[in-house]
Write a new protein. Structure first.
Length: 575
């Protein structure tokens, strides 16, 4: 659990007053940083020299004077590593010569840096010494140090020199969840790297004084063992599952409290997978561990001892890891239903929970919302464990199907519906039929959920329901593809309509002095072509025929020497 410092905020009222710019003795911009407390600044080690003074500008505070600062003893962690395993470290803490009001400082938050999480940062690239904003989205792990990638929302907005050390702020909560450390620009893509809060703590334990949020691993599950491994096969299995990839979304493990080897192996795995706990002294102990038996740092989001907590308390822990703010009157479970939860969770002591039914319901909800869950049982037999696993796998697949259907339904409402209003029903009929299938599948998802939660369910029935989910997923994919094709076809028709509109207007302007008022036939042909193109719904093939008839009539009148057409040998264009 984390300490809770008081009287500090990164809320919008403060307008990110903790943002700082770091300059060298000559005034040159070196990078960025974050004010912690009244006299400490967090930044990257490559931004500041280890043994020289720098200038710190509190750019988030109007009128603040520059402050001299130096690196705190034993708080300069240079970058280490190699090209294969990736860098680690590259962090530093500075102490200001003159303390600042603590209300200007930031709080760092322990928050799972999940895929697609929207964030922003503020740096000082060359030519923009006053600073500039950048918006991005987090991606997956990168390297051995728990760093994550950050992709720009707009390709032109890329992290450059001058951003290093800048705070990475979560868009959903306004919380600082890490700092920028570097960037990569390739031929076809560009991204940057973030050091999350918990990795910062691992390298610089001093920052815990300015951190909010619970630790990812319950204290009862933390390992201090000096042994390399207790059960090599179990250690390898745990590392594989935590890594994800082709591993199933839910698994179970039997770890009896008296089985010291498996208990210690489980504790070591969750400890080494956590960004904050996988310290250098711990990782050095496993350098000679069997290949594949050491989990990657950052592959765990939460490890909780459920024998000591209610299901509600566990749900609160998950909300905390995701930064889900409590609405008035909403329960933790209700909050979790409102968002995708791409977490990796280890729940220890599932069969010894205070309320097993409530915990089961929560774990199934987490699976449906996208979490991978490892359930650790202490005494349950294999049949009980298999039933629990199949239930979570079913809900995980059902949730994935439900989200895909929701996305397709949104595509239909957002893109298909508006286009269909502009064109005749025949043009969008295939897509509308596919959208009807999607709505029916969404109703079927609710039926499948009830069936999977029915009393007396068994593992075989849950496997059958998983097969039904797979069949629905294939149908959903076909419907999505058909809607996408229909939207493409509608866009082609609308583009053709716009070309015809331009052609009709151009010819109309060229033939103004033909007496269209007296030429009732020509006027009627123009009106038919115009109405066919401008009145919805538009039948594009019919409108194209109407335009062709009008153009042919105009050519005929021009060929008969209509007034204003090629008079005096002008040689102008003809429609």
């Amino acid at each position: 659990m984390g300490d809770e410092p008081s009287d500090m905020s990164n809320g919008p009222v403060q307008e990110e007053s903790w943002r700082v710019r770091i300059r060298g003795p000559g005034g040159e911009v070196l990078g960025a940083g974050v004010l912690l407390g009244s006299e400490t600044v967090l930044t990257c080690a490559h931004v500041v020299p280890a043994d020289a003074s720098v200038l710190v500008d509190l750019v988030g505070v109007d009128g603040a004077e520059p402050v001299t600062a130096r690196v705190i003893d034993e708080c300069w962690v240079p970058e280490r590593g190699d090209r294969l395993s990736g860098p680690s470290g590259d962090l530093a803490l500075l102490r200001l010569d003159r303390p600042q009001p603590e209300k200007w400082s930031a709080v760092l938050h322990r928050l799972s840096p999940t895929w697609h999480r929207p964030v922003h940062t503020y740096g000082f690239p060359d030519g923009l010494n006053q600073g500039t904003w950048l918006w991005g989205k987090l991606a997956g792990l990168s390297g051995r140090d728990g760093r994550v990638q950050m992709f720009p929302v707009q390709q032109g907005e890329v992290v450059r020199p001058g951003f290093s050390g800048a705070a990475v702020t979560d868009e959903l909560t306004g919380q600082v969840i890490g700092i920028v450390v570097g960037y990569y620009v390739g031929a076809n893509f560009r991204h940057s790297y973030v050091i999350p809060t918990e990795t910062v703590i691992r390298h610089l334990p001093m920052v815990r004084a300015w951190v909010h949020g619970d630790s990812a691993v319950d204290e009862s599950l933390v390992s201090d063992s000096v042994q390399l491994t207790e059960d090599a096969a179990f250690a390898t299995w745990l590392a594989d599952w935590l890594r994800g990839g082709d591993a199933p979304p839910a698994e179970s493990a039997l770890v009896a409290p008296g089985d010291r080897a498996r208990v210690m192996t489980l504790q070591r795995a969750v400890t080494l997978a956590d960004r904050e706990l996988s310290t250098a002294d711990r990782t050095e102990r496993v350098t000679d561990a069997p290949p594949g038996s050491v989990p990657l740092v950052g592959t765990l989001d939460l490890a909780v001892d459920v024998t000591r907590q209610s299901a509600t308390a566990v749900a609160e822990r998950v909300c905390g890891r995701m930064g889900i703010v409590a609405p008035t009157g909403g329960t933790p479970a209700e909050r979790l239903r409102s968002t995708t939860l791409p977490l990796t969770i280890v729940a220890d002591g599932v069969d010894r929970a205070p309320d097993p039914a409530a915990l089961t319901e929560l774990l199934e909800l987490l699976a449906e919302q996208g979490s991978r869950v490892l359930m650790v049982f202490h005494t349950a037999d294999e049949a009980v464990r298999r039933l629990a696993v199949e239930a979570l796998v079913f809900r995980f697949r059902l949730g994935l199907l439900d989200r895909r259907l929701a996305g397709t339904a949104d595509l239909g409402r957002r893109d298909l519906h508006d286009r269909c209003l502009l064109l005749t029903p025949e043009a969008g009929r295939g897509g509308r039929r596919a959208l009807t299938v999607v709505h029916a599948l969404r109703r079927h998802v609710a039926t499948l959920r009830r069936a999977g939660s029915a009393p007396g369910r068994d593992a075989a029935e849950l496997v059958r329901l998983q097969d039904e989910v797979d069949r629905c997923a294939r149908t959903a994919a076909e419907a999505h593809a058909r809607i996408t094709r229909t939207i493409g076809r509608l866009d082609e028709l609308l583009s053709r309509r716009d070309v015809l509109r331009g052609r009709l207007d151009a010819v109309r302007s060229m033939t103004r002095d033909l007496d269209a008022v007296e030429d009732l036939e020509l006027a009627d042909l123009y009106r038919r072509a115009h109405d066919g193109l401008w009145k919805a719904p538009c039948d594009v093939p019919a409108a194209e025929d109407a335009v062709a008839r009008y153009l042919e009539a105009v050519r005929g009148r021009l060929d008969r020497g209509g007034r204003g057409a090629d008079r005096g040998g002008g040689g102008g264009d003809r429609p």
